[in-house]
Design a protein around this ligand. Structure first.
Ligand code: NAD
Ligand code: UDP
Ligand code: UDP
Length: 329
């Protein structure tokens, strides 16, 4: 991994806290911030994250890790906060739903309290799940959503909605400089092979020659953003002037059915896996695609990596991982 300071992206050196920094997105964000010349404090309780994701940064003079659960107060001194701590895959966030809500809501309160004391800018990793099983398509930021408040996904969806409320109340009451991103399905290297998300499941199954598990009839849609594009969006949003708060959708607007994704994955892995159809989980959104007009106008951002190219990198990662090779060097 090249962690030299990139001159083209070098900005004022800051001390930046990344909660959930040992996770899939958090570890890529830590890499990018270190490459930009910042000091990074990665905070994680390793619930779904892994030391392996940040191993290559350990020992770097501008990188520090703290094992900490964001449901407890945190007293550190930083210039910016990216709040990513939260399980993200349905099997993990449903494993202990009360803890999920606590992490998202108490975690937001603690990080907002920290930002308020430090008078520093704070970014929230919100989600397309705030739109629930959307009846407006594609989803625009002005749509208030169609969320079941009492179902198995509610701990996450309602937790993230409450976190957005907290961010905007701290902004209105305390003048906090907030940046709220609504992230749509993102994939790439360092997704956990067992976390149950569709891209990692399909790739691992295809590489092992196991049946590809399609939930429902596979006609439900998602739009998949490659991680590098998403991290660009994070940084562009964080670097907007005071007063630009979002929420802003970040995702790739090209929509696929899960059946199309399965077929593409099988083809790209050169696999002979068969398709197997399992029951559709309760409240599984039927259709999801971001309207990214706001991100295009406000951030000059849009994804540049098509699904085929992103899958190529991700398949190569899982191929190395499954054959026991070094993946993050
Ligand atoms: P991930 O599970 O890989 O990372 C989450 C990280 O948060 C892990 O390292 C985990 O150990 C840590 N964490 C969980 N609870 C914690 C706690 N109480 N205290 C400290 N750390 C804790 O998931 P990800 O895909 O990297 O998601 C990162 C963020 O982005 C999450 O907030 C998620 O809701 C959001 N998001 C992700 C996607 C996506 O497609 N990947 C989509 C929408 C939103
Ligand atoms: N907090 C923190 N670090 C700080 C400041 C605050 O973790 O540096 C936490 C603290 O637990 C507090 C929460 O953030 O309960 C909210 O802080 P705020 O000042 O908004 O409200 P308080 O509860 O202190 O009135
Ligand atoms: N899915 C699937 N097979 C799997 C895992 C997921 O068909 O092995 C489906 C799932 O039902 C959903 C879509 O793929 O319709 C995306 O699921 P994921 O858990 O990745 O994300 P989310 O539902 O949070 O968008």
């Amino acid at each position: 991994m090249n962690i030299a300071i990139s001159t083209s992206t070098q900005t004022q050196r800051r001390s930046i806290l990344v909660t959930g920094g040992a996770g899939f997105l958090g570890s890529h964000l830590c890499d990018r911030l270190i490459a930009q010349g910042h000091d990074v404090l990665c905070v994680d309780n390793y619930f779904t994250g892994h030391k392996k994701n940040i191993e290559h940064l350990i020992g770097h003079p501008r990188f520090e890790v703290l094992r900490h659960d964001v449901t407890f107060p945190l007293y550190v001194e930083v210039d910016q906060i990216y709040n990513l701590a939260s399980p993200a895959s349905p099997i993990h966030y449903q494993h202990d739903p009360v803890q999920t809500t606590k992490t998202i809501v108490h975690g937001a309160i603690n990080m907002l309290g920290l930002a308020k004391r430090l008078r520093c800018r704070i970014f929230q990793a919100s989600t397309s799940e705030v739109y629930g099983d959307a009846i407006v398509h594609p989803q625009v930021e002005g749509y208030w959503g169609n969320v079941n408040p009492t179902g198995p996904r509610s701990c996450y969806d309602e937790g993230k909605r409450c976190a957005e409320t907290l961010f905007f109340d701290y902004h209105r009451r305390h003048g906090l400089d907030i940046k709220v991103a609504r992230i749509f399905n993102t994939y790439g290297p360092r997704m956990h092979p067992d976390d149950g998300r569709v891209v990692s499941n399909f790739i691992v199954q295809a590489l092992k020659g196991e049946p590809i598990t399609i939930y429902g009839d596979g006609s439900q849609t998602r739009s998949f953003c490659y991680v590098d594009d998403l991290i660009d969006g994070f940084i562009r949003l964080m670097d907007t002037p005071d007063g630009v708060t979002g929420p802003v959708n970040l995702g790739n607007p090209v929509e696929f059915t899960m059946r199309q994704l399965a077929e593409l994955t099988i083809e790209m892995c050169g696999s002979r896996s068969a398709l197997t159809f399992l029951p559709l989980p309760q409240d599984d959104p039927r259709q999801r695609r971001p309207d990214i007009t706001l991100a295009q106008q406000m951030l000059g951002w849009q994804p540049t990596i098509a699904l085929r190219e992103g899958l190529r990198h991700t398949i190569a990662y899982f191929d190395r991982l499954l054959s026991g090779q070094e993946v993050n060097a």
